[in-house]
Write a protein that binds this ligand. Structure first.
Ligand SMILES: [Zn+2]
Length: 282
């Protein structure tokens, strides 16, 4: 099938970026394990969007609207490269209660993890990476912006984009996540044509969203709940955060939103399932 061949090529491109794709004897940790033959459904090759015109990385925002009520909750594990001292001083860039709630409610979810977060919380990264309920994807190493003027984040130059993505995969794998997905979310969600061009050839699908939960720096959980419930449509991707200090209401929001959406008939899925549905729907 064309889509399978496309995935092989894309995964191989990713592998080439990380290690020598197809080269025998490549050291284990840097090698993308999902290129191995599938041993179980969870190890099958994840679906990706084929590059667009000019080889530009495609941006996935939501799944099909007409294939039933599915919704993907996504959680960004933000930590910028210069926040180590704040973490050492006790600030929580993680949110174990939120992950516990997702597990208790049996909500599959996609975590976009920064490499810096994986370095700070390796046990949690590893636990997420080994739990089939979750998939771990890439949110850059340093969470610096890929465009100028992005929420005050420091910016990286276009020639550093590939390095940011590769360094994040290396850190995520080193923390113990065996199969990080070939999906990438731009820090701050900020991108332009130049950023997409810089990302092309890296072998990742860019993943945005169509529903902004507004959980970042929110103090009113009810307002976030309303934004999510008002915004979700079949195939939606909701952006949230699993960084307690920057998104303190998210665990409460999830506890409220999940049963309500289920009551409306929604089924929670991971981003990979929506991308797979999108490919099959063309
Ligand atoms: Zn982020």
């Amino acid at each position: 099938m064309i889509s399978v061949a496309r995935s092989v090529t894309a995964v191989c491109a990713l592998g080439a970026a990380l290690a020598a794709c197809g080269t025998a004897g490549t050291p284990g940790p840097a090698r993308p394990d999902h290129t191995k033959p599938a041993a179980s459904p969870s190890a099958t090759r994840p679906p990706e969007l084929a590059p667009g015109p000019g080889g530009l990385a495609q941006v996935f925002e939501h799944g099909p609207r007409t294939l039933g009520k599915t919704v993907a909750l996504t959680f960004d594990a933000d930590m910028t490269a210069d926040q180590g001292p704040r973490a050492a001083a006790g600030e929580h860039f993680d949110n174990p209660d939120l992950i516990g709630t997702l597990r208790a409610l049996k909500v599959p979810a996609t975590i976009f993890m920064t490499g810096r977060w994986a370095e700070q919380y390796p046990a949690q990264a590893r636990s997420l990476g080994h739990d089939p309920q979750f998939e771990v994807a890439n949110h850059s190493y340093s969470h610096y912006a890929f465009t100028a003027d992005c929420y005050g984040l420091p910016t990286v130059a276009p020639d550093q984009v590939r390095g940011e993505v590769e360094r994040a995969y290396a850190a995520i794998r080193k923390a113990g996540v065996p199969h990080p997905l070939p999906y990438f979310r731009f820090p701050g969600g900020c991108y332009d044509r130049e950023a997409l061009r810089a990302l092309s050839g890296v072998g990742v699908t860019a993943v945005q969203w169509d529903v902004v939960s507004g959980d970042a720096f929110a103090t009113d959980a009810d307002a976030v709940v309303r934004d999510v419930l008002d915004g979700v449509k079949p195939g939606s991707v909701v952006v949230m955060h699993c960084t307690r200090s920057a998104a303190p209401t998210t665990e409460r929001v999830v506890r409220t939103v999940v049963p309500q959406l289920r009551k409306q008939g929604y089924r929670f899925v991971k981003v990979s399932e929506l991308i797979g549905e999108t490919n099959g729907h063309r």
